[in-house]
Design a protein around this ligand. Structure first.
Ligand code: GRF
Length: 188
């Protein structure tokens, strides 16, 4: 099976998928909405990468359509948002809906959005976690595929809690994508 990963940040989740090296899937391309640091890893492994900057397109719809085309060129069985901080638009959803996976550093539906870790700390919860879900048109609202709780410890700040979550998130994402790619007949 072929997987395209979309990222915007440091790419540690994408690296986890690559490190897992499951024979059942290969990350064939990585797209970002900016020159994300996370592109270095896939490039070092000789994987094709591409960057689609919002600013290079006349409007959001054009960027969304360009992203759908760029991803489709790699004929993915699955598209994984691993720290991709942009909402996917109608063109991408229409093309890949049902095969779009996102990972989020909270126990959805709690704390959706771009500041999930900060929001969990501010809410004073003792348990938060990581969620892998199918992407729909909402913000972190698609059907949940897998979740793992993560404790909030005294003295946690956003960085320390997020690191603890990402450790769990990496394993959750690899396991979920491995299951999804092994269960589908998909492209060999
Ligand atoms: C992950 O926790 C992801 O859920 C969130 O941002 C983080 C991305 O980390 N959206 P990285 O860029 O994969 O290191």
């Amino acid at each position: 099976a072929r997987v395209v990963v979309l990222l915007s940040g440091t790419g540690s989740l994408c690296a986890a998928l690559l490190d897992a090296g499951r024979p059942s899937f290969t990350v064939v391309a990585v797209g970002a909405d900016r020159e994300a640091p996370g592109l270095a890893g896939p490039r070092e492994r000789g994987l094709p990468t591409f960057v689609l900057r919002l600013g290079d397109h006349p409007d959001r719809a054009a960027w969304d359509a360009a992203l759908a085309d760029a991803v489709a060129a790699h004929e993915p069985d699955w598209v994984v948002c691993a720290g991709f901080m942009k909402l996917l638009g109608p063109a991408v959803l229409a093309r890949f809906g049902g095969r779009l996976v996102n990972t989020h550093p909270a126990l959805l539906p709690a704390f959706p959005g771009a500041h999930a870790v900060r929001d969990a700390l501010a809410a004073g919860v003792t348990t938060t976690g990581a969620t892998v879900h199918l992407v729909d048109a909402g913000l972190d609202t698609g059907p949940v595929l897998a979740q793992t709780p993560v404790p909030v410890l005294p003295g946690d700040d956003e960085a320390r809690l997020h690191d603890r979550i990402k450790t769990v998130e990496r394993a959750l994402l690899v396991d979920t994508i491995t299951t999804l790619t092994s269960s589908r007949s998909g492209t060999p």
